[in-house]
Design a protein around this ligand. Structure first.
Ligand SMILES: *Cc1c(COP(=O)(O)O)cnc(C)c1O
Length: 398
């Protein structure tokens, strides 16, 4: 059961998915380590088969299908995003793969946003195409004109907003309005916003998925994904995740639940620090452009303001042209913005990005190098001083 929605969201965040009264009064849900679930009788075993075949998945039958620990995380995130039920997967890419393969068959056509998360692009190009799915990438700024790309066999439209690396905002309501009358399933990667800052299901999207690896867990210590579904989408996604073996481990699920409880506090701080740092970067002579839709002069700001309730700590920067040695002099010696993939943890991170290598429908023409920065929970003034020292090294290496 989800917590009733009469409470403020920050209150729901703390209570959703917890049932101390069913567990000796213990505040947090127990961690069930299991493969086997024992049945009391053949009759009970057969009931679980009926439950599974009908797509209800209310009963616990086997570790891979989920446990009460998994269910607690699924219920908690569902309470925040709305929707019917959620499916926990082994990682964010598992949630992407399960959601796509739930709806696509050989001969179907998939439309996917051009500046999508790189491994999602590769999954479509390298795997789905091998299984007979036609894949077309679309310009993130396409809006309602996506209808012009529909074919008779278009089955799924896959979005991410803001997009990975380049942070364009997709006009989700316009895309959904084009898809729904034709029965085209819409899926969105909502990892950037976390379940707090954007509610795609309320806008009619069928599946909103997250790399729970990022903000939901928040501590850079686990891999997990979750797909939150409208009612019609739940059975296909659950069946596919379960039939493909995308299950999450019990300790990881428990730690994600623990991380989730502080999400509202963390997201506020990530947004405040990212905004402060992004504004500071805009004034720097080394910077050509900052890509962060929460900034008023960002091209995606109007859509962000209309549809989102907040922003995260992840944004992009395009530097003015400089040499590879200058960029390395900056990034190799940062004290706080360490070089590494992933984001959404408590710590700040930086990576050089190469957007031109990851798009085909909307060319990337910026001449200077691009970076992706994650503003962690450190003191923002310390983070700015770290970048300032980095720019000094970049200048000295000229
Ligand atoms: C990291 C990431 C994923 C994949 O999540 P994993 O847990 O690393 O598999 C998916 N989407 C976005 C936007 C991401 O940044």
């Amino acid at each position: 059961m989800n917590t009733p929605r009469k409470f403020a969201e920050e209150t729901v965040l703390l209570h959703a998915g917890r049932h101390p009264e069913d567990n000796y009064g213990i505040v947090n849900p127990p961690v069930y380590h299991t493969s086997t679930v024992l049945f009391r009788s053949v009759e009970e075993l057969l009931e679980t088969r009926v439950d599974r075949a009908s797509g209800a998945f209310e009963k616990f039958t086997y570790g891979r299908e989920g446990t009460p620990t998994t269910r607690a995380l699924e219920d908690a995130v569902t309470a925040l995003e709305g929707g019917y039920r959620a499916v926990v997967t082994s990682c964010g890419l598992g949630a992407i793969a399960a959601s796509l393969t739930a709806f696509l068959n050989a001969g179907d056509h998939l439309l996917i946003v051009d500046s999508v998360y790189g491994p999602a692009r590769h999954f479509c190009e390298d795997f789905l195409s091998r299984f007979g799915v036609e894949v077309t990438f679309f310009d993130p700024l396409i809006g309602g004109e996506i209808a012009g790309l529909f074919r008779g066999n278009t089955k799924v439209v896959y979005m991410e907003s803001p997009c990975s690396l380049t942070f364009e905002m997709v006009d989700v309501p316009a895309v959904v309005a084009a898809c729904r009358p034709r029965g085209i399933v819409t899926i969105i990667d909502n990892t950037w916003a976390s379940p707090l800052c954007f509610k795609p299901l309320a806008l009619g999207v069928d599946v909103s998925l997250h790399a729970a690896t990022k903000y939901i867990s928040g501590h850079s210590d686990l891999m997990l994904g979750i797909a939150v579904c409208r009612e019609d989408a739940f059975i296909p996604v659950k069946k596919t995740a379960s039939a493909s073996g995308y299950c999450g481990g019990p300790d990881d699920v428990y730690m994600a639940l623990r991380g989730l409880r502080t999400l509202a506090l963390r997201m506020k701080r990530h947004q405040e620090s990212a905004t402060r740092i992004a504004r500071w970067l805009q004034q720097r002579p080394e910077v050509a452009r900052v890509m962060y839709p929460a900034l008023p002069d960002d091209p995606g700001h109007a859509i962000w303001k209309r549809d989102f309730k907040g922003a995260s700590g992840l944004f992009g920067v395009v530097l003015k042209e400089c040499s590879a040695a200058q960029l390395a002099a900056m990034l190799d010696h940062m004290d706080l913005f360490k070089l590494g993939y992933s984001w959404g943890g408590f710590e700040s991170l930086a990576v050089p990005t190469y957007p031109a290598t990851l798009r085909s429908a909307s060319p990337w023409t910026e001449p200077g190098p691009a970076l992706r920065l994650h503003a962690g929970l450190e003191d923002p003034e310390d983070l700015i001083r770290d970048l300032e020292a980095g720019f000094a090294r970049l200048g000295d290496a000229a």
